[in-house]
Structure formats: C-alpha cells, structure tokens
Design a protein around this ligand. Structure first.
Ligand SMILES: Cc1ncc(COP(=O)(O)O)c(C=O)c1O
Length: 370
C-alpha cells in the first residue's frame, strides 16, 4: 500500500536515540538541535493580536505581502543582499517546507542531487521520498570543509539537476567564505546545475557574519532557504522562506499551493514582528551559543576529545566511536550518531549546544569517561 519511494525512505538515526532517551529518567538531552530559549514575547504577542484581530483566514500561497516585504528588508539588513523584490520570496512551513518545494520543483523520479556528507539527514530523505537519488559529496576538513572538486566531478552525471550546500552547516558547523561559495557557484554553472543553498543558520554565525550564496555567486540559478526557527527560537511556529530567481519562483509557489495552501496566517504576523522588531534577542541568543561553544571546546580539549571548532550553528562535531545507544544506557547522555548524517559521519557524534551549559559539560565528560 505504501509507495516504494516512501517505503524506502529511511527513518532518522537521531530519532532512534531520541525515542530511547524519552524512557530514560533525567537523561541529558543533547541529541536534537532546538533552541532552549522561549520565543521572545513581542513575537508571541503579535500572533495573539493577529488572532484577536481576525487574521484567521487563508492568505496568498506565497505569503502575506507585508511579510514578503519584511523579508526583503531583512535580506538587505542582515544578509547584505540588496535588490531582491518580494515577488522572488515564497514563505514556507519552516525551512523544510522551502526545501521540499525546491526539491519538488527541480527533481523528477530518477534525477540526482548532490548533498554534503556529512549533512543534515533531510537533504537525503527528501530526495529519496521523491524517487530521486541523493549523492553524498565529501568535504575536505583541511580546506575549511570545501567540497573535494575531483570527487564532486566524479559524482556528476546526466541526471544530476542540483547541488545542495549548507553554510553555516549542520552537523559540522563550518561556515564557507565568499570565495568558497563563489567556487561552488562556478562549478555548478559549468554543469548548468541549480544550487539549493540552505541558510537556515544564517543568523547563528559565531565568529563573523555568514555570507549568502547568491551575493557571492551572481548569475547562478539558486534557491536559498531560510528559517525563523533557529534565529528567533520559533521551531514550533513553522515559518521559513525561499528566495529564488524569477525562473524558479513560479514552480516553488505552485508546489506550496498544492501542498500547504499557505502558511498559518497568525504565524506570518508573528514573523513580521520578528523580522521588523528589535533584533537584540537574536544577538543575545547568538552570544549565549558562542559562550557555550567556547566552554564546550575547552572542556573537550581538557578531556582529550577531538572536536571540530564550529564557526556557526549550534552543534559540536566530535570524533568518537562510542555507540550512542550504549552511551545513553550507561550514562543517560543522548547525542546524535554521526552515521545519521551520511557515510562520512561514521566515527563521530553530534552534540547540540542549544542546551544548558552544565548538560553540555556533563555530556562531554560522560563521553570521555564512559
Ligand atoms: C540545516 C537545516 N536546514 C533546515 C532545517 C529545518 O528547520 P525548520 O524546518 O524548523 O526551519 C534544519 C533543522 O534542524 C536544519 O538543521
């Protein structure tokens, strides 16, 4: 009864740990990447006011005009991306909604998409679910996790339609500079590929502001995917957006129309408040993640653990051959297995830094002394 595409889509390896962790009393939860901060009150109040004012009906498929306008102003303010008009923005149900629309717009059954390995699990599962084929490309840790271009070239074939990039990245936390982004864009152009640029952690840079792909690589067909989930602690609200080229925006809007109709209207009013209101909350949360990153790195070093220094996002990518289920049952510490993020993730675990500092320190100690 279940279609072969859905039946062959693997369950997330993170879920297996999370489900087991719910049964462990007082478990230390470092397996999920979810802000531990509440949504700032002025954002919650905007949704409340919108509901009371009767903004409870369907809206346009691509998003409320005022929100699409606010997004273009945010792109200019925070991403140094000028000149994007609201008609190139599609508001989506989280970043994952925009990713799905981009995949559905670009990929038919049998088509291939290049995805980073290690990379966020859904980059692959979304493709598999559509009958398309994800092909993992390796990253070179010695070159700030750039793709290995010879390897990338060897993965390219007649069915390759797109390459997905993700900076700042989940799970490794690398952040590509303008030259790295321009190089990927130039490579994509030689094969006429669309670049899907997942920038859901754009505001969670920890050392220097993240560069947006389309500013670094003009002239390439792209879909950039953003989210309010992480920057504004709004994971449960389900709001993100795609920014794309005039050639692709109609397709993305059609997918959204057929699958979601539109994003929750009250959430869209909350998103307007988030993007146009005081941005101090974003800086405060970023500062907190940076502080935890620094403590986590120092703790790992003192314990003799080998960690990648994250330049962005809120994860610690650690070399470790620990079995995550064994770690959970022996020490009550839940972390994500590296293998959940691709074949190259084997021999690693990912810890979320979106957790209390004490939990991060205790979790690292448990890994080192298990
Ligand atoms: C790299 C990346 N992209 C997209 C998402 C999707 O988040 P959301 O759909 O809540 O915006 C996540 C969530 O963990 C992520 O890590």
């Amino acid at each position: 009864m279940i279609s072969p595409e859905v039946a062959s889509t693997p369950a997330s390896g993170i879920r297996a740990v999370a489900n087991a962790a719910w049964a462990v009393p007082d478990a230390i939860h470092l397996e999920f990447g979810e802000p531990d901060f509440p949504t700032p009150p002025h954002i919650v109040e905007a949704a409340h006011a919108a509901a009371l004012a009767g903004h409870t009906r369907y809206g346009p498929s691509a998003g409320l005009p005022a929100l699409r306008e606010a997004i273009t102003a945010k792109l200019a303010r925070d991403n140094a991306l000028d000149g994007i008009t609201p008609d190139r923005v599609v508001v989506s149900a989280g970043g994952v909604g925009a990713l799905f629309s981009a995949y559905r717009t670009l990929l038919s059954a049998g088509d291939e998409i290049l995805v980073p390995d290690p990379g966020w699990t859904n980059f692959s599962t979304l493709a598999t679910m559509l009958g398309a084929v994800p092909r993992g490309y390796r990253l070179d840790p010695a070159a700030n996790h750039s793709p290995d271009y010879d390897h990338l070239e060897s993965l390219y074939g007649p069915r390759t339609k797109a390459i997905l990039i993700n900076s700042p990245s989940n799970p490794v936390g690398y952040q590509w500079d303008a030259e790295q982004l321009a190089a990927v864009g130039a490579w994509a152009l030689t094969h006429n590929l669309v670049v899907i640029s997942d920038e859901c952690y754009d505001q969670l840079w920890l050392d220097r502001p993240a560069v947006t792909f389309s500013a670094a690589a003009p002239g390439v067909q792209f879909v950039s995917v953003y989210s309010l989930s992480k920057s504004y602690a709004m994971t449960g609200w389900r709001v993100g957006y795609a920014v794309t080229t005039p050639e692709l925006v109609g397709g993305i809007t059609r997918v959204q129309e057929a699958t979601a109709s539109c994003v929750n209207t009250m959430t869209q009013h909350a998103a307007i408040a988030a993007l146009t209101g005081d941005q101090a909350c974003v800086a405060q949360m970023r500062d907190a993640y940076r502080g935890r990153r620094d403590v986590a790195l120092e703790t790992a070093r003192n314990l003799g653990l080998s960690a990648t220094r994250p330049a962005g996002a809120f994860y610690l990518w650690l070399k470790s051959d620990v079995s995550t289920l064994d770690l959970l049952h022996r020490t009550g510490t839940a972390v994500a297995p590296g293998s959940a993020f691709g074949a190259e993730g084997a021999g690693h675990v990912r810890l979320s830094l979106a957790a209390a500092q004490d939990d991060i320190v205790r979790g690292l100690t448990n890994i080192a002394t298990r």
